[in-house]
Write a protein that binds this ligand. Structure first.
Ligand code: GBH
Length: 461
């Protein structure tokens, strides 16, 4: 039996655009994902989040399912354009009312809400009229929106996540164009990342100065990082793996913990890497009350034999390929998920230990981990998802080992509470503990939901 620490927090996670649906209801304004999904070829068979899991109407049932599982927390995100349809100015009271009902329902069910303010769905008006994340002014828009959320929900919400995976908005949104807004450039990712980091800092500053004392909550950022295992113990390969992690996670976590980007990035990206003003650096340093980590997979890293070209459409790429100069490969013996991601549980322990060491033993929450497995369009296959159970066991065992090795891991939130809109891959990939019929909206617990529930209740497995 692997037993977790007494106060270990067990949860599940979702994001607004992936589950809510009701995209044109209740006064919600469009986001960049509504627009992106309309461009032919950008999402699987043109799928969009217009209906998704219809959580906007089925939220009570979803809370009941989570109560049944016995989870301690639920991580969800707020749709900015549901709260502020234009991304600035007027507040949409219907949107506020929806989140109030959801939050009240969770509290009543004994489930602690963990709220992400931004999970990629930027209000379209900010993109069209103000160049979105490329405009430094975005940090003020973010802070104003966050203030509305703190004011309206902060009496009950005590756990805030500013941004989900800014790496994805920066690199996938502005580097290889795989995600909204679909731009491809070798400098814009650095600008978008810079403004997202500044936005995070401004949000946290507003919370700490105007709300934290009275409301007594915590606030932090969630970053994603895959593990990079050196191909050999040659110093060049070890350095390449370390550099890959700096270009992937250090890009976002170094400014938050140290007030600046990694030196390796400064050297290699040069003029294209923006500089923080003294004031921004001051606001950033120490701006997260916990380390939020989303972790899914592992790749092997080595010093490239010849120079790497291309902006980074290469599988597994964690940073701008031409800049980081790391060769990535896989062990052919590794099993893969339906996303084609390698299943490597020990990579999870190693990334946790890397974070623990580099960032001075911070309290860490895994705010996402999970998998999509092939064949789950078939309901019977999905309901008997033994491969997901094996995946979760493997990764949770790695978490347990990390804790035994001294990592301050405080919680684990499984991605995802239910099957949902998997971004560019639409409804073709199913990450859920609950199966969803996207025609009727019906939900049903998979075997993994039952296994996870037993694990949560026993605080181990
Ligand atoms: C998360 O992102 C998101 O927060 C969530 O919304 C999403 O539904 C979930 O994961 C599942 O995708 O180059 O093929 O080796 C995940 C971020 C970044 C993790 C890329 C895996 C490498 C894949 N991902 N990374 S690959």
């Amino acid at each position: 039996m692997k037993t977790f620490p007494e106060d270990f927090l067990w949860g599940t996670a979702t994001a607004a655009y992936q589950i809510e649906g009701a995209a044109a209801e209740g006064g919600r304004g469009p986001s960049i994902w509504d627009a992106f999904a309309m461009i032919p070829g950008r999402t699987f068979e043109g799928h969009s989040g217009i209906k998704a899991c219809d959580h906007y109407h089925r939220w009570e049932e979803d809370i009941a399912l989570m109560k049944e599982m016995g989870v301690g927390c639920y991580r969800f995100s707020i749709s900015w354009s549901r709260v502020q349809p234009d991304g600035k100015g007027e507040v949409n009271e219907e949107g506020i009312a929806f989140y109030n009902k959801l939050i009240d329902g969770l509290v009543e069910a004994g489930i602690t809400p963990w709220v992400t303010l931004f999970h990629w769905d930027l209000p379209l008006a900010l993109q069209m009229e103000h160049d979105g994340l490329l405009n430094p002014e975005i940090a003020n828009r973010f802070a104003d929106y966050a203030r509305i959320c703190f004011q309206r929900f902060g009496d009950r919400v005590k756990n805030w996540i500013t941004l989900n995976e800014p790496w994805c908005s920066s690199f996938l949104g502005h580097g290889n164009g795989y995600f909204a807004p679909g731009r491809t450039c070798n400098s814009e990712p650095y600008v978008a990342a810079h403004n997202l980091l500044r936005s995070h800092a401004y949000i946290v500053d507003a919370y700490r100065k105007e709300f934290q004392k009275e409301q007594g909550g915590v606030i932090g950022i969630t970053n994603n990082c895959d593990w990079r295992e050196p191909k050999s113990d040659r110093p060049e390969d070890v350095a390449a793996a370390h550099r890959a992690l700096e270009f992937f996670l250090g890009w976002f976590a170094d400014p938050v913990y140290f007030g600046d980007y990694p030196a390796s990035m400064r050297e290699r990206v040069g003029e294209r890497l923006p500089k923080f003003t003294a004031e921004d650096a001051r606001l950033l340093k120490g701006s997260s009350d916990f380390f939020g980590l989303n972790h899914y997979t592992t790749m092997i890293a080595s010093e490239p034999a010849e120079e790497v070209h291309g902006a980074g459409d290469i599988k597994g790429n964690g940073g701008m390929m031409e800049d980081q100069q790391v060769e990535l490969s896989e062990d052919p013996s590794w099993e893969k998920t339906h996303m084609d991601w390698n299943i490597v549980p020990w990579g999870c322990r190693k990334i946790l230990e890397w974070i623990d060491k580099r960032y001075g033993h911070p309290p860490i929450y895994i705010t996402e981990n999970g998998c999509a497995m092939p064949g789950e369009d078939d309901r019977e296959v999905a309901l008997n998802d033994t491969r997901r159970v094996e995946f979760l066991k493997g990764y949770l065992e790695a978490c347990h080992q990390a804790i035994e090795n001294g990592v301050d891991l405080r919680g684990y939130m499984c991605w995802s509470m239910m099957d949902n809109f998997e971004w560019a891959l639409g409804y073709s990939r199913r990450f859920g503990l609950h199966w969803v019929d996207f025609e009727t909206g019906e939900r049903q617990p998979k075997a993994s939901a039952k296994w996870y529930s037993a694990t949560v209740k026993a605080n181990g497995f």
